[in-house]
Write a protein that binds this ligand. Structure first.
Ligand SMILES: NC(=O)c1ccc[n+]([C@@H]2O[C@H](COP(=O)([O-])OP(=O)(O)OC[C@H]3O[C@@H](n4cnc5c(N)ncnc54)[C@H](OP(=O)(O)O)[C@@H]3O)[C@@H](O)[C@H]2O)c1
Length: 333
């Protein structure tokens, strides 16, 4: 198959591109880095990287026309302070790039049979009482008393999905991937950041620690994406999250156990606010309760390799250490 990954140079894109390439598929990543001027390069990779500006039509349309699968992943990182300029970049980079991909598919004489478009599990409401599945989950935005930054993230997620759904694509199945945090041992990814806290003795409970964490192991993420590509009957929003979200304090306790750390200093809400300010990020990433479950995947019989966090954390810690020693990953089957 030919698989095109707009925005596929980041954490999730690299995980997918590596596996698709190992599976023997032709992989093409669309990246702005090549159009950023002399000296800009996304680095040597085993797959082709083609230039686009994530906004306008261009020669990159030729990659979409005749492709079998498109997986849209572009968007400015949300790991930053949500001031006006960053808010605009976070929103526009997602809406504009999604519209650009949709327009390319609409214009193609041989459109891809499936377009998997990144969305986010953050679209659901901050809640503790019950899990959010696609069928009975509550979309966020109307919860009383939640910070304005959380509402902003939900507005982004809704606009992102609306941009993808605004096209009529009779020959292309559209899947909106409402992904939880994808845990991979890659440097700079979310797992690496959480593990750094644990390694430095800071992996105690953030806030009161009751807030739920939804997560997905990278091998299950890849397997779910492969599965969604093959399932011709599956369209619309799909939650990509392990079936067992857990409160943050338990999540970190298991991670400390998997790493072998004896203790972790807890962080109060004001310490987190201060730390987030210093690190130029937002506390939403750790304080919002994301209780998201993969209703559609489970109903359709998808079997998770890592349904529970402790086994996932053991595996991720082992692979994180293996990478330090230069031991390569086993392929995802
Ligand atoms: N990682 C997760 O756990 C997770 C969970 C839920 C949802 N998601 C969503 O899934 C997508 C992929 O995640 P990721 O972790 O791989 O993200 P990432 O590492 O930040 O990579 C996203 C890619 O988007 C492109 N990009 C950055 N700024 C952009 C801008 N202003 N305009 C257009 N493109 C821009 C970059 O590619 P170039 O610089 O090469 O153009 C970058 O490699 C993101 O949209 C993210 O919000 C991720």
């Amino acid at each position: 198959m030919k698989i095109v990954l707009p925005g596929g140079s980041g954490q999730v894109g690299t995980v997918l591109a590596r596996c698709f390439h190992d599976d023997g598929h032709e992989v093409v990543v669309l990246s702005r880095a090549l159009s950023a001027g002399p000296g800009a390069s996304p680095g040597a990779s085993k797959w082709r990287v083609v230039s686009w500006d994530a906004k306008n039509a261009g020669a990159w349309h030729r990659e979409i026309d005749g492709a079998d699968v498109v997986v849209g992943l572009a968007g400015r990182s949300v790991d930053c302070r949500y001031h006006d300029r960053n808010r605009r970049l976070i929103m526009d980079s997602r809406v504009d790039s999604t519209r650009a991909v949709g327009a390319a598919i609409a214009a193609a004489s041989r459109p891809p049979r499936v377009w998997l478009q990144a969305s986010t599990a953050t679209i659901y409401a901050h809640r503790f009482d019950a899990p959010n599945s696609e069928a009975d989950g509550i979309l966020g935005g109307d919860e009383p008393g939640v910070p304005d930054t959380w509402r902003f993230s939900i507005d982004v997620a809704k606009a992102w999905e609306a941009a993808a759904k605004s096209f009529t694509l009779p020959r292309t199945r559209l899947v909106l991937m409402r992904s939880a945090m994808t845990m991979s041992p890659d440097r700079g990814g979310i797992f690496d950041v959480l593990l750094r806290l644990v390694r430095f003795g800071l992996g105690g409970s953030p806030g009161d620690g009751r807030q739920f964490v939804s997560w997905i192991h990278d091998r299950d993420f890849v397997r779910a994406v492969r599965w969604l590509i093959e399932r011709d009957d599956c369209a619309g929003p799909v939650n990509l999250a392990a079936p067992e979200p857990l409160p943050f304090r338990e999540f970190l306790r298991e991670l400390r156990g998997a790493w072998g750390a004896r203790f972790g200093l807890p962080a109060t809400r004001w310490m987190l606010e201060l730390g987030a300010f210093v690190l130029r990020t937002e506390t939403e990433l750790v304080l919002k309760s994301r209780r998201v479950v993969p209703g559609r995947l489970l109903d359709a019989g998808f079997a998770f390799e890592f349904p529970e966090w402790r086994a996932a954390a053991d595996d991720l810690c082992r692979r994180w250490r293996d990478r330090l020693r230069g031991i390569p990953d086993a392929p995802t089957d």
